[in-house]
Design a protein around this ligand. Sequence first.
Ligand SMILES: CC(C)(COP(=O)(O)OP(=O)(O)OC[C@H]1O[C@@H](n2cnc3c(N)ncnc32)[C@H](O)[C@@H]1OP(=O)(O)O)[C@@H](O)C(=O)NCCC(=O)NCCS
Length: 176
Amino acid sequence: MTPVERIITPRLVLRRPTLADVDAVFAYASDPAITKYMGWARHTSPQTTRAFLQMRDEEWEARGTGTFLVELGDTGAVIGSTGLHTYDDAPAATGYIIARPHWGHGYATEATRAMLDLARARNLRRVEAGCHPDNAASIRVLEKCGLVLKRSIPDHLMFPNLAGELQDFLLYAIDL
Ligand SMILES: CC(C)(COP(=O)(O)OP(=O)(O)OC[C@H]1O[C@@H](n2cnc3c(N)ncnc32)[C@H](O)[C@@H]1OP(=O)(O)O)[C@@H](O)C(=O)NCCC(=O)NCCS
């Protein structure tokens, strides 16, 4: 299947990252306020971001899909990322992060719906997303996009940007 590397939605452009995106990605991936509940460790230097983009590129080469940067359609500014991640032995997964000045405009919802459309086009059967129970905005995005809570697991996972203890974990999914 030919990889879909660029998706245009009413207000956004979702596109495969390149190594030239280091500065734009570092800007949001290093922000403590918005990386708190992410499944990856906050970026501490542009070198971290470069290594991250390299890994994402390898995923794209291997799977034909992966992380998509979220750009504003009118300005081209990178405001965050989403993705569709596929695995041999597990359902596909999505997620998102949006820079704080751009919260509350429906961008995460618009981007996630596009990822679900892409999953349908690839004939995937299920898309999952994990979430911390305190991340109310993220839960709302998942529910607006039709994902439903499948499991609530106490003391399940270390979140790399939260100190020390195993955290409760919510698994959401949608059957396509
Ligand atoms: C989660 C996140 C991506 C949402 O981005 P966004 O573009 O603002 O999302 P949307 O505008 O599409 O939708 C947000 C919804 O959450 C609601 N919301 C926001 N804060 C909320 C809160 N504290 N409690 C309940 N609902 C909340 C909004 O009102 C909106 O719902 P509505 O359309 O019914 O009004 C953004 O907050 C973010 O980047 N957070 C940090 C990264 C993160 O946690 N990612 C998810 C990891 S699982």
